[in-house]
Structures are given as C-alpha cells and as structure tokens.
Design a protein around this ligand. Structure first.
Ligand SMILES: *[C@@H]1O[C@H](CO)[C@@H](O)[C@H](O)[C@H]1NC(C)=O
Length: 249
C-alpha cells in the first residue's frame, strides 16, 4: 500500500514534465555527475525569497501508546518537496513523442549530495528511525521529492485516552534553523493522509487533522512556521465495538 502511494506521487510528479523537459538516457549520467561534483548540501536553494517546502504526513500505523510515559509511536511516511532551479534541465523541443522512451524526466540521487530541509518533530523523544533509503527524486523542473518512511516516537498527554473523546496527540514539525523569511512551509489541502493506515486492534483512530502556524519565540525576532499533525485516539474496547455503545467510565 505504501508503494502505491509513492507510485501515484511519482506519476503526478513526472507527468507534468513529461513533454517539456527531456534529457536522454546517455546524458542523464553526465547531469548526475555534475550535480554530485557541484553539490553544496549546506546551501539552501533560496534565491532572494523564502524557499517553499511542502510537508505532508501519511500515517501507516500506530505502534504503541504508553499511557504511563505519555508517549505514542507511529509509522509514517513524510513527503518533503521543494524546488532548486539550479538542478533543473532544459527541454529538447525537437524531440517528438515517439522518441520519449529515450528521455528521462527524473533521476534518483543520494540525499548526501543535496541540500535537504532540516525539518524535525519538536516533540519527538528520539531521532526518527529511518526505514527507507536516503534517496530523493529530482525532476527536470528542479522539484525534489524526498519521502522518508519513519518510525516516530513522540510525547503526548494521554489523560483522555480511555475516555470517549480520546486524546489529541500532536506531532509538531518545523525547520530547526530557518525562519519564515528563508524557509516557508506550504499549506496544502491534504497535509495529513490516512490512505495507507492499518487499524490497530487496541487503538481507535477517531480523527486526524493538521494545521499550519506561524510563531514567534523568545529567542529571536523572526517568525517560524510549523505544521501540527494531530491524531485523535482512544483505547478500543471489545464491548464498544460489539454493541456500538458509547463509552462509559
Ligand atoms: C481535540 O481537538 C479537537 C479539535 O481542536 C477538539 O474539538 C477536541 O475537543 C479535542 N479533544 C480533546 C480531548 O482535547
């Protein structure tokens, strides 16, 4: 199921540049070598205006709820996307549709050669465990797509977990170092997806919602954007499921 989401993404991603941006199979390697040689992973590709970074979360499963510690562990794929015009390649207007199988509209590259957004979960209790390779997809438009599949453990107040309304567990993501005038987070319709969510027999996922905030912190005059992904979860009981009854304490 996870791969199908990624495939859908890749198709949407590649399709837009299918005709206009072409590079042959032979010179894609030259292009990749050039990117590797000129790579400057420390330099954010923001040219005068804030770099717009897309961030969405696709929840795969809730692994564990630890009420005593106030911790929740999930598996999720984050889709992080941004554009570096310096990586784009020019289109070949002479190439017809018939020759399109010889052309490449995107390539995969190890993220160590690319600047990648320093977007972290502020309330995680340890670094996320990366379950997928450090590889991003670079499209002819210069759009870069990085989809880390991760195990994430974060803090949450679980006081209401056994009550009818459940607990709201919020995972808050933002850039660690860049303020809004350098890196901004895109606000799009589908920030939080559950299309590949697998039910947990002991935990009921009542709702998910996401919102973007712009905050000021005591440290600094600048504003910092963040996106909060909230899972409304509660303990599942057999009785509740069997009889469709409301929850009683
Ligand atoms: C969870 O958040 C939603 C939306 O903000 C709110 O309506 C609801 O009351 C919250 N529930 C709890 C238990 O805090």
């Amino acid at each position: 199921m996870e791969s199908s989401l990624l495939l859908t993404w890749l198709c949407v991603f590649a399709y837009g540049h299918h005709v206009s941006s072409l590079l042959t199979k032979e010179n894609i390697y030259q292009k990749m070598e050039m990117v590797r040689e000129n790579s400057s992973p420390d330099l954010i590709p923001a040219y005068g205006e804030p770099l717009s970074v897309g961030l969405t979360l696709d929840l795969s499963s809730i692994r564990e709820v630890d009420i005593a510690r106030g911790e929740v562990e999930i598996l999720a794929m984050r889709t992080i996307s941004w554009t570096d015009p310096a990586l784009s390649w020019s289109h070949d207007s002479d190439a017809g549709e018939s020759g399109s199988e010889n052309f490449v509209s995107s390539f995969s590259m190890n993220t160590k050669y690319l600047w990648t957004p320093d977007i972290v979960a502020y309330n995680a209790i340890h670094a996320p465990e990366l379950l997928s390779p450090h590889i991003a997809l670079v499209a002819a438009s210069g759009r870069i797509l990085f989809v880390p599949n991760e195990r994430i453990r974060f803090r949450c107040n679980l006081e209401n977990f056994e009550n009818a309304e459940g607990s709201n567990c919020t995972l808050k993501y933002g850039s660690w170092t860049y303020h809004a005038n350098i890196l901004d987070l895109e606000l799009n319709q589908n920030l939080f997806s559950t299309s590949s969510y697998e039910e947990n027999p002991n935990i009921e996922l009542l709702a998910v919602f996401a919102e973007k905030n712009i905050r000021h912190y005591a440290c600094c005059p600048d504003a910092y954007p963040d996106i909060e992904f909230t899972l409304n979860i509660r303990k599942r009981t057999n009785q509740g499921n069997l009889f469709g009854l409301n929850w009683k304490k």
